[in-house]
Design a protein around this ligand. Structure first.
Ligand SMILES: [Zn+2]
Length: 442
């Protein structure tokens, strides 16, 4: 095993050199990078409709600052509107049929229910490409990054946070209509971070005593009675978002990575329960489901959740200046469940398909509106920012707000992606196969 690992590392670095050499050709006319770093904050399920309303009401000061300094608008997403496929499209510039991540879980050909994992991703992500070209990266909690990948920097997988795997198995059980314990998880015994030493540091960050933001956890005070359990669950999810952001801050302080990507999902979780309380997109929810008094409390909690996310954005922004590119993105919005649907907030139809994108940095028009941007444009935009070539086989393109000429490369898909972690079957075989195909192994 060890010998294998060493061999991979040596071959990988040789590959990196080749890529760097190739890039000096592919990116020859693209060396117009304004010089700063890049930060991407992913907020699952943040709705442009509620953001617009809350910006108008002065409720989201940090997003408002980004909107003033830069541009914002709707980010066109993909149908079916399922988070794993969309976040992977953002990271790869490719559609789900190409990148291979279709959902949270699936039934294998042999009938085994299984979580999708990063091993199912068939193409490199922007953090692999940036790493191979010599840029340092930090990736924290990005959806579908377990098992973690060997990047030039730190990757904390989306199964690392307490409760993350349990939550994922719960979702998968719902999707597959299978008991949780029958679902093969990717991570029950595996490694959650790269380098592995970050696992302990990450865990330690979960017990920080002082709050990170002035906006408190929206669910800190559970109501009496029936709602209490749900409130506690949502409080834990908000705490997890804060934990994730603490990790990103620690990585940023230590590494100052060229590219930092962070993903949180509290807004999505709360919206699934409380979206109808804001009644932005249809008639008020049916009386039999949502009695009047809790509705006001739910509405206040959803607003507080947006303010909390905005405060986390503010904390992350502190490490980035006007020379840097900052993107805040979401993968979809929300809508009321249709009549007869037992769930509450959902994202199914055209009404919920748009997410948000905020962008600020050199050259991004101030006070501008982002138009015609798709989730697949995120990776090409980041590559262009780093002065790297965009794959001609990517569905996405560089965002209009970034005035950078960029090089093209036929494809990045041959770039090997190396996963770390012990118990995976198949990962090593895949890498060997890739390297053999490239002629690096006899
Ligand atoms: Zn989502």
């Amino acid at each position: 095993m060890q010998r294998f690992g060493t061999r991979i590392r040596r071959r990988t670095s040789r590959w990196a050199l080749l890529v760097a050499a190739g890039c000096s050709v592919a990116c020859s006319e693209a060396a117009q990078r304004p010089g700063g770093r890049a930060l991407v904050i992913g907020i699952d399920g943040m709705s442009p409709v509620l953001v617009e309303r809350m910006l108008r009401e002065g409720e989201l000061p940090h997003l408002a600052e980004l909107a003033e300094r830069g541009s914002w608008g709707r980010l066109r997403s993909l149908k079916p509107i399922l988070s794993p496929r969309i976040w992977t499209s953002m990271a790869t510039g490719k559609l789900p049929a190409e990148h291979g991540i279709e959902h949270f879980a699936r039934i294998d050909a042999d009938g085994t229910p299984r979580l999708y994992s990063s091993l199912d991703r068939r193409v490199p992500a922007v953090w692999n490409i940036a790493s191979s070209a010599g840029f340092s990266v930090g990736v924290v909690n990005w959806l579908m990054t377990h098992p973690p990948e060997r990047v030039r920097g730190v990757m904390i997988s989306d199964h690392a946070a307490p409760g993350a795997l349990a939550g994922r198995l719960g979702l998968a059980a719902g999707v597959l209509k299978t008991p949780q314990k029958k679902i093969e998880g990717a991570s029950r015994e595996a490694v959650f971070t790269h380098p592995a030493a970050w696992a302990e540091r990450f865990t330690a960050l979960g017990t920080a005593a002082s709050p990170l933001t002035k906006v408190p956890n929206p669910f800190a005070a559970p109501p009496p009675g029936k709602g209490r359990l749900l409130w506690e669950r949502l409080a834990n999810i908000a705490a997890r978002d804060e934990h994730v952001v603490r990790a990103a801050l620690e990585i940023d302080a230590e590494l100052r990575p060229d590219l930092l990507l962070v993903y949180v999902n509290g807004v999505d979780a709360v919206s699934h329960f409380f979206w109808p309380s804001v009644a932005l997109d249809g008639p008020d929810p049916p009386a039999h489901r949502q009695p009047a008094a809790p509705l006001a409390r739910q509405r206040a909690a959803l607003y507080a959740t947006y303010r909390f996310a905005d405060a986390l954005v503010g904390v992350l922004l502190r490490g980035f200046g006007t020379q840097d590119l900052v993107l805040v993105v979401s993968d979809h919005g929300f809508e009321n469940a249709r009549p007869g649907d037992p769930s509450s907030g959902v994202h199914v139809t055209e009404q919920a398909i748009d997410g948000i994108v905020f962008a600020a940095g050199p050259g991004v028009p101030s006070g501008g509106q982002v138009r015609n941007m798709s989730v697949t444009d995120i990776a090409p935009t980041l590559l262009a920012w780093l002065g790297l070539a965009v794959g001609s086989d990517m569905s996405g393109r560089v965002a209009d707000f970034l005035p950078i000429e960029t090089g093209r490369i036929r494809s990045w898909d041959d770039l090997p992606v190396e996963h770390v972690g012990g118990k995976e079957s198949g990962a090593e075989d895949v890498i060997v196969e890739q390297l053999r195909a490239l002629g690096y192994l006899e």
